[in-house]
Ligand binder design. Structure first.
Ligand code: HDE
Length: 706
């Protein structure tokens, strides 16, 4: 017995296996090749990593085994606290190139040196869910960008929605407590459909504009690649003369905007909780990295003073019709991380990270954030030296200062001097190039107050609603009914309808009807005369800013044995030509043999590739294949879901029995079901797929639309 145990451990450790291909193509295992030897953290070579040190083969484990202890100790400490918000995220590297100089407005090199490439790191996230929650939660998406500029790191810690719930940072802990899981039961997570959230919202009228955005499809994006990003606050640009211009930052995806349907989102969360991160990984890995334009809205004090709302109020936008977004450059996100923890998890964004020529305004939300982000990194990363972690280190410039010591200090200078001024030498402040805060004139009485200029909570909420296409308005109504139907307290539902009455009477009535509220409540009381009818803004609709083609999107091609090879080939070629991707879904993962004898590999077995994972689907089936699948629940769901989610469906005539069995009757057949009678018809089908969805189908077929 004892010999067996000993030999096993010794042999598995002493031999390091590598494979080598012999002359005849055979594989050899090579023992003891020149590969690195496993070591402890102290660099001591390890002889046995399979068995702990024991007294005899069945005896107790000894504390003396320092390798065992070190390994377990380190494992025990692998986790760091997850972010208190935005815990679930996905980061990638990128590059920003400036096309148009803002030299009239700012000295920041990143915004004035045309053609210069600035490395970036971007982390996308959901807000409320924990680190292990699913990607398609209805939630705001974080869109945080770190620019490693020549003058230091500049962070835009933005979201995919240009406004926020609250006007003053002091309410942030309440908002987040109410949104996250309830404290007694620990659920629901990653969703706002519960009493505490809507209770807080119903008592916080300033959130109403944001509520319109989060109940829209903006919070269930198809992919990070199809999302806008916003810096939200008004910042300042400061030029060489010390003059300040206000700025709002915008990221506009080159692919256009796109979201999924709510019922689809719910199902995606089950089928692939990593849907968004996988999508981004695949796009970069397959060589189609996403790109965004960086735009700015620039305005001065005259505009700020004449604008209907306060430019310091983060619950308001400045409509693009009033101040157009000027595109000044673009960025591509084309680099996957080498290590998720080292980069995505340890990246520390701080709104306070600005460079010379960029400054803050008095937005009370931004002022609070400037404290919070630095503070939270200490908690999360455990040391004031979190800036020494490679992902957080400036890359475009040196770092010289006399901050020293602390946990995990990695940048320890040599020499005697650690103070400034000194007579030894070393870095000194530089009034010419150093960061200068904008010298805004301030005066006023110290008080805990909210400016009256922040008081109109409904006009822009209405403006957002009336800027939506009918299908988008329907989705907002559906979302409100769904969320409020999950509130147990009727009074909370009623209070919310009271707010909606101040936004749009039609919407309020739809929601009341959906919730079974027979008598409409009184409109919510407002402190000031609040609500003007603002003109609709086309920039606020997803449908009106959707993709121009199927490029960057994904077709699911359901294929069975005996299916027409010419159609499959035409689809595959057509998709490649427009830089779109596809997956072949087959009844068995081994793939299918087509009518000309060629074999196609199945990327998904039908059970693992539901149609919710694709932007559109094609059914290329043989008569036998269709007959077989017409009996299969999963295959029927594949078609029924694609239809229900208003997707375009291409089909060969032989697939009709499956379509029929999926519950799509002959008189349901609409222009979104496109016959692929020949390879030629494929082009037309792919062109049609370039539209987002056939939303009219939903308006025709969904009970709630009536
Ligand atoms: Fe954040 N927010 N936030 N937030 N936020 C954090 O910082 C906070 C707000 C946003 O991928 C935390 O490093 C306060 C608005 C993003 O690492 C924390 C207030 C916007 C991310 C924090 C806000 C954001 C965060 C948690 C109200 C859009 C993820 C972990 C005043 C403009 C960054 C961390 C990443 C993360 C505080 C409101 C965006 C606690 C106090 C408005 C994208 O510091």
């Amino acid at each position: 017995m004892s010999t067996i145990g000993k030999d096993k451990g010794a042999s598995s450790q002493a031999q390091v296996f590598e494979t080598e291909i012999g002359e005849g193509g055979e594989l050899h295992q090579v023992v003891g090749k020149d590969v690195d030897t496993l070591t402890t953290q102290q660099g001591v070579p390890v002889a046995d990593d399979q068995n702990s040190l024991k007294v005899g083969p069945r005896g107790p484990t000894l504390l003396e085994d320092f390798h065992f202890r070190e390994k377990i100790f380190h494992f025990d400490h692998e986790r760091i606290p997850e972010r208190v918000v935005h815990a679930r995220g996905y980061g990638v590297h990128g590059r920003f190139v400036l096309n148009e100089s803002l030299a009239d407005y700012t000295t920041a090199k990143v915004l004035t040196e045309v053609g210069e490439e600035t490395p970036m790191f971007v982390r996308f996230s959901t807000v409320a869910g924990n680190r292990g929650s699913s990607d398609l939660a209805r939630d705001v998406r974080g869109f945080a960008a770190k620019f490693y500029t020549k003058e230091g790191n500049w962070d835009i810690v933005g979201n995919n929605i240009p406004v926020f719930f609250i006007q003053d940072a002091i309410k942030f802990p309440d908002l987040i407590h109410a949104a996250k899981q309830e404290p007694d039961r620990g659920f629901p997570q990653a969703q706002t459909a519960h009493d505490n959230f809507w209770d807080f919202i119903s008592l916080t009228p300033e959130s109403m504009h944001m509520i319109m955005w989060i109940m829209s499809d903006r919070t269930i994006p198809r992919s990070f690649r199809f999302m806008e990003g916003f810096g939200v606050h008004s910042f300042r640009l400061i030029n060489a003369e010390g003059k300040s211009t206000y700025v709002k930052f915008h990221f506009k995806p080159k692919l256009g905007l796109q979201s999924v349907a709510w019922n689809e989102a719910v199902k995606i969360n089950g089928a692939d909780p990593d849907f968004h991160r996988r999508d981004l990984w695949d796009a970069i890995d397959l060589g189609s990295p996403p790109e965004w334009d960086l735009g700015v809205q620039l305005f001065d004090d005259d505009f700020a003073n004449s604008f209907e709302f306060d430019i310091l109020d983060a619950t308001k936008i400045i409509p693009e019709e009033q101040v157009p977004v000027k595109i000044i450059g673009s960025f591509v996100l084309d680099g996957l991380v080498d290590n998720f923890f080292a980069e995505t998890e340890q990246v520390a964004f701080c709104t306070q990270n600005v460079v010379p020529g960029i400054g803050f305004t008095n937005d009370p939300l931004l002022q609070g954030r400037n404290f919070s982000y630095l503070d939270t990194q200490l908690k999360r990363l455990g040391s004031p030296n979190f800036t020494h972690i490679p992902i957080n280190q400036p890359r475009g410039c040196p770092v010289h200062n006399f901050q020293q010591d602390g946990h995990m200090a990695m940048r320890n200078p040599k020499g005697r001097v650690n103070y400034e001024p000194n007579s030894w030498g070393g870095p000194r402040e530089n009034p010419a190039t150093g960061y200068r805060h904008f010298g805004a004139e301030e005066n006023g009485r110290k008080a805990q107050v909210r400016s009256e200029s922040f008081a109109d909570h409904y006009s822009q909420a209405r403006q957002f609603f009336v800027s939506q296409e009918p299908i988008e308005q329907k989705h907002i109504g559906d979302a409100l009914v769904f969320e409020l139907s999950k509130c147990e307290r009727i009074d909370i539902r009623e209070k919310m309808v009271g707010h909606l009455l101040n936004i749009d009477a039609g919407l309020a009535k739809t929601v009341a009807a959906g919730l079974g509220i027979e008598t409409l409540p009184e409109p919510a009381e407002t402190l000031f005369e609040t609500r003007t009818d603002l003109p609709p803004s086309a920039a606020l609709s997803i449908v009106r800013n959707g993709p121009q083609s199927f490029s960057g999107r994904k077709l699911g091609i359901l294929v069975t044995d005996g299916a027409e090879a010419a159609i499959v080939k035409a689809l595959v070629d057509g998709l490649k030509a427009i830089d779109a991707v596809y997956e072949i879904i087959t009844p068995k993962i081994a793939g299918a043999t087509l009518d000309d004898g060629t074999k196609v590999e199945g990327k998904q077995k039908i059970d693992g590739g539901p149609s919710i994972l694709y932007d559109a689907v094609a059914l290329v089936l043989s008569p036998d294949g269709a007959a077989l699948l017409a009996k299969d629940k999963t295959a029927k769901d594949f078609v029924a879901d694609a239809f229900g989610h208003a997707k375009f469906i291409g089909y060969v005539p032989d697939a009709l029995p499956l379509i029929d069995k999926a519950g799509i009757a002959e008189d349901d057949m609409d222009e979104g079901l496109i016959e692929l009678g020949s390879a030629k018809s494929v082009t037309g089908f792919l062109e049609t797929c370039g539209q987002l969805r056939l939303w009219d189908r939903e308006l025709r077929t969904d009970l709630d639309a009536a």
